[in-house]
Ligand binder design. Structure first.
Ligand code: NAG
Ligand code: NAG
Ligand code: NAG
Length: 475
């Protein structure tokens, strides 16, 4: 006999309490699970729950073979936090609501019937309070994990780059606030000193080849359109129409995507949304896949130029690390050592970090996702809810490693040609350690990584992004 059945013989009041408890529990569980499928609109901490305790200096040192390594520099690229929807979605959902609200007769959808659109009616896509929190927390965790590297250092040794958008600047400010809080306690210092750099963070608006062949080319995301009107989506449309008690031809499958996105945005803002009640978990998985297809062919491995255009960012990161190494190499026992950049932080967009993943060869599925292979893609690497949620982040840590003589064998110690020091790299994506593509181990020689990506590091942006319109003789 189940616990619930046993309890059902107790007095009515207890019974009622138990039932409402179970209902609440069920509701919160359902909300928790659907919140994992909002693709690039997923709230960061829902998909990557922060540990309860962040270990101080967790990332600060690592032992590699006979080498003892200490963090010497860190570069991180972050997407802005949770933001408000753009104007198109805001206006479309009102249109959809107007279409259906008078036809809703089922009590269950009273809340949806009375729903009002409370999103700002502009296209500013500003950061939500939730997005600010995501970055405050991220700044705190990074400062704690690399405390010994950062503490007591001059702010001149940090670099903060933002794009021209409010949401990246406010994300940067929030990160900075959390960073200083964790490092030096309460602060009254104002906003960070940041550099505006659309060159490294919004290259997608400057690369003509990308703009013409991918961004403004509907054929480039044809798998998205095909899936959007395919059998999985049509099936959801039937289910939703029948749930709502409306004719099947009232809504289109593309409306489902807007309803799903609004469910996501409202869940981020208010923890729940009446739009979510239209879908079940399977539907969310299908809608997530639809979003993934768009990102895969727009911000991911779908087209080569998408990764290649990130070269100004890759160059900037590696140049900063090269400079750091050079400064360390020239540090001779002098009192006033050359300062170098210890922390290099970029605040960008999904259009920044998606192409960066692609350029580095991350999340590159052997079988590309298409409109026809949804079933086979259930364990795909390119899942935007995981890899491109709000506040998605990628961090490289450069380590200075010295030979620990105590760990050497006698013959090793006698070998005068052996390396006594080297620089190593580690990669963290969304705060989890990942192998850098082309490396066998989690900790990899800096020179090895640099060599693998040398084409990107030394690329000529105007050359790789050059696009010559072919003569339109077919017209
Ligand atoms: C648009 O994308 C398709 C598919 O990738 C490609 O074959 C075509 O050449 C692209 N069009 C332009 C103008 O680049
Ligand atoms: C991604 O994988 C494909 C084939 O599996 C390969 O051709 C391509 O070079 C890879 N992309 C990167 C950036 O490594
Ligand atoms: C980059 O390529 C362009 C041509 O696309 C050329 O004019 C320019 O000189 C190149 N820049 C460098 C630094 O080589």
């Amino acid at each position: 006999m189940s616990a619930a059945m046993k309890l059902s013989i107790s007095p009515g009041r207890v019974n009622f309490l138990v039932i409402s408890l179970l209902v609440t529990l069920h509701l919160s569980l359902t909300t928790a699970s659907i919140q994992r499928y909002f693709g690039s609109k997923t709230a960061y901490e829902l998909i990557h729950p922060p540990p309860e305790i962040v270990i101080e200096d967790e990332f600060n040192s690592v032992q590699v073979g006979t080498f003892s390594c200490l963090a010497a520099h860190s570069s991180a690229v972050m997407r802005h936090g949770a933001r408000y929807p753009g104007l198109e979605d805001v206006e479309t959902i009102s249109k959809i609501h107007n279409e259906i609200k008078d036809k809703l007769t089922i009590d269950k959808f009273q809340e949806l019937k009375e729903w009002t659109n409370s999103f700002p009616r502009n296209d500013d896509k500003i950061l939500m309070a939730l997005g600010e929190d995501e970055h405050i927390h991220l700044g705190q965790r990074t400062a704690r994990r690399l405390r010994s590297l950062f503490v007591d250092e001059d702010m001149e040794n940090f670099r903060f780059l933002v794009s021209s958008k409010q949401r990246t600047q406010e994300s940067g400010n929030a990160y900075y606030e959390g960073f200083l809080q964790a490092l030096v306690g309460d602060t009254e210092e104002g906003d960070m000193d940041s550099e505006l750099s659309d060159e490294t963070l919004r290259f997608h608006e400057r690369c003509q080849k990308y703009i013409r062949t991918v961004d403004k080319n509907k054929t480039a995301i044809k798998e998205f359109f095909k899936f959007r009107s395919g059998k999985e989506m049509t099936n959801i449309l039937k289910k939703v129409s029948s749930k709502l008690g409306i004719p099947e031809n009232l809504l289109k499958t593309e409306n489902l995507r807007t309803m799903y996105l609004v469910c996501g945005y409202e869940t981020a803002l208010y923890q729940s949304s009446p739009w979510c009640s239209l879908f079940d978990e399977e539907d969310f998985k299908v809608l997530e896949y639809l979003s993934d297809l768009k990102h895969y062919y727009k911000n991911g491995p779908g087209h080569k130029i998408t990764g290649v255009q990130s070269c100004p960012l890759v160059t900037d990161i590696f140049t900063t690390m090269d400079d750091a190494i050079e400064a360390m190499e020239t540090e001779v026992d002098e009192e006033d050592l050359n300062g170098y950049i210890l922390g290099n932080f970029y605040f960008g967009h999904a259009e920044t970090i998606g192409p960066l993943y692609t350029a580095l060869g991350l999340f590159n599925d052997t079988l590309p996702p298409t409109a026809d292979n949804y079933e086979q893609q259930s364990s795909r690497l390119f899942r935007t809810s995981e890899i491109l949620p709000f506040s998605a982040n990628l961090m490289l840590i450069l380590y200075e490693c010295d030979q620990n003589d105590e760990l050497l064998t006698e013959s090793e110690a006698a070998d005068e040609t052996r390396e006594t020091s080297q620089y190593m790299l580690r990669l963290y994506v969304n705060e989890k350690l990942m192998k850098i593509p082309g490396c066998e181990d989690f900790t990899c020689l800096y020179s090895h990584v640099r060599k693998r990506f040398v084409d990107l590091i030394s690329c000529n942006f105007s050359q790789v992004c050059d696009y010559n319109d072919r003569p339109r003789d077919e017209l």
